[in-house]
Design a binder for this molecule. Structure first.
Ligand code: GRF
Length: 196
């Protein structure tokens, strides 16, 4: 099957770009339908404009009321016939109403080997600092379904990287990110083929 994908992204959007590129090259059958960002200056919005994908800045600045904001997001998901939401560095919690509307078809990528190093404050460099401070010898990234608790939905696939003694959190972040693009594309391909 093929998906009409909505990307939710707050910053650079390199994972989103990797998936868009895979759709363009035919590696994926899906179609990038929509980009939503809570950050009007994000690289993700810029990438969407460059790719000609409809993009929307939606945040507490555009909609103060949580319920109205979520209703607006759902109206866009309906309008663009979205059947897969891909969170790609999205810094806001996804409301249950959106997960329910999507029948759970909401994916996230997390830069650690869940179930370790997940949860509310585990994002960005916090994750990599915690992994290194704990003296782990490996880390990686996890693609999982999203449920109402941070980083707790069903795990679909993980990548792994070896941690060297000399690795800083920044070095580790780059190593992990280098595996994320392929991992995210692989999981969407598996979903297209009904293999997960
Ligand atoms: C990635 O490290 C991802 O694991 C995390 O946010 C980062 C997004 O990077 N959820 P990018 O915006 O896709 O470049």
């Amino acid at each position: 099957m093929s998906f009409n994908i909505a990307f939710f992204a707050s910053h650079n959007g390199s994972n989103m770009q990797a998936i868009i590129d895979a759709c363009k090259s035919g590696r994926l059958k899906s179609i990038p339908a929509l980009v939503i960002s809570n950050n009007s200056k994000s690289g993700a919005i810029e990438r969407a404009v460059n790719e000609g994908i409809p993009s929307f800045h939606i945040s507490s600045a555009t909609h103060q009321n949580d319920e109205e904001r979520n209703e607006y997001i759902i109206s866009l998901l309906k309008h663009y016939n979205v059947n897969l939401v891909v969170l790609a560095g999205y810094m806001k919690k996804i409301d249950n109403s959106i997960i329910e509307f999507m029948n759970g078809m909401v994916l996230n990528i997390h830069p650690a080997l869940l179930p370790k190093y997940g949860g509310e404050n585990m994002y960005g460099m916090n994750v990599h600092k915690a992994v290194i401070e704990a003296g782990e010898s490996e880390s990686g990234a996890t693609v999982h379904f999203v449920n109402s608790n941070y980083d707790e939905g069903k795990i679909l696939k993980q990548s792994r990287v070896i941690i060297e003694k000399s690795d800083t959190p920044e070095i580790l972040a780059n190593k992990v990110l280098a595996t994320e693009h392929q991992l995210y594309v692989d999981v969407i391909s598996l979903l297209e083929h009904g293999s997960v």
